[in-house]
Ligand binder design. Structure first.
Ligand SMILES: Nc1nc2c(c(=O)[nH]1)N[C@H]1C(S)=C(S)[C@@H](COP(=O)(O)O)O[C@H]1N2
Ligand SMILES: [Mo]
Length: 245
């Protein structure tokens, strides 16, 4: 499954891939009528390419709190932590031409994006931080997303309330320039509480969309049969799937 030199192949197919994905994403991926309306209204106010606000270093919060899982105790997370995440791998699987398995070093060797953004949690707090990592779009181009794919599902290492945390976005947000696989916060490797060694940043949506302790990105045609079928840990417990800010 491991691919070497995937970058050259991936970037060569960049333009063709973009066209294909733009076509398959158009028309709206409406999960349910109510959420579909919410998403359509949000997208009208905040068109697909619009960027979330970015801030300056002076705006960075002195402490970026952790929320939800802040130190996974299930599975082999603690062993990975003790080993400095040397063997942590990010898998890109599902509806792709070339499944990928990437080390942290490989992710750091890709072109990087750094962005200072505000994180908004539905529980009523916000924090500003500087995040760095490769754009998800680059990984998708390298893997070659198949035309049937409509969603990116983010798999996490932590169990919360008896279920493995997961999240999902459509291809518009998956390919958004500010959607990155972050390995650093404020210029240092992610603290454990903030999702070490990898977490998603989905900057135009609420905090629960930003999957921490990321182990996999799975391209799928439907969210049925994944978790509770509503596209994410908190969505399965009643929160909206399109959590536009
Ligand atoms: N894997 C995982 N990702 C997660 C969570 C979690 O519990 N587990 N909590 C979510 C919620 S509700 C928020 S607000 C943010 C919190 O990010 P932080 O811990 O860096 O503040 O992560 C989100 N991603
Ligand atoms: Mo949250």
């Amino acid at each position: 499954m491991r691919r070497r030199g995937f970058l050259a192949a991936g970037f060569a197919g960049f333009l063709a891939g973009c066209d294909r994905i733009a076509q398959s994403a158009r028309g709206g991926d409406l999960l349910r009528a109510a959420e579909g309306w919410h998403k359509t209204a949000q997208r009208a106010l905040n068109p697909p390419g619009a960027l979330a606000p970015e801030f300056t270093r002076a705006d960075i919060s002195p402490f970026f709190r952790g929320n939800g899982t802040i130190n996974p105790t299930n599975g082999d997370y603690q062993a990975h932590l003790a080993a400095g995440f040397a063997d942590w791998r990010l898998r890109v699987t599902g509806l792709v031409e070339r499944p990928l398995e990437l080390s942290l070093a490989e992710l750091r060797a890709l072109p990087q994006r750094t962005q200072i953004t505000r994180h908004d949690c539905v529980e009523g707090w916000s924090a500003i931080g500087e995040w760095t990592g490769p754009q998800l779009a680059a990984l998708l181009d390298a893997a070659g997303v198949l035309p049937a794919a409509r969603f990116a599902v983010f798999r996490c290492a932590d169990e919360l309330d008896g279920a493995m945390y997961y999240e999902s976005v459509d291809l518009v947000d998956a390919r958004h320039p500010q959607t990155i696989v972050a390995h650093s916060l404020n210029g240092a490797p992610l603290p454990v509480r903030n999702g070490a060694p990898l977490r998603m940043r989905i900057e135009r949506q609420l905090g629960y969309k930003h999957a921490k302790y990321l182990t996999g990105i799975e391209m799928v045609s439907s969210l049925d049969g994944i978790g509770g079928g509503r596209g994410g840990h908190w969505e399965d417990r009643g929160y909206q799937w399109y959590a536009g800010i």
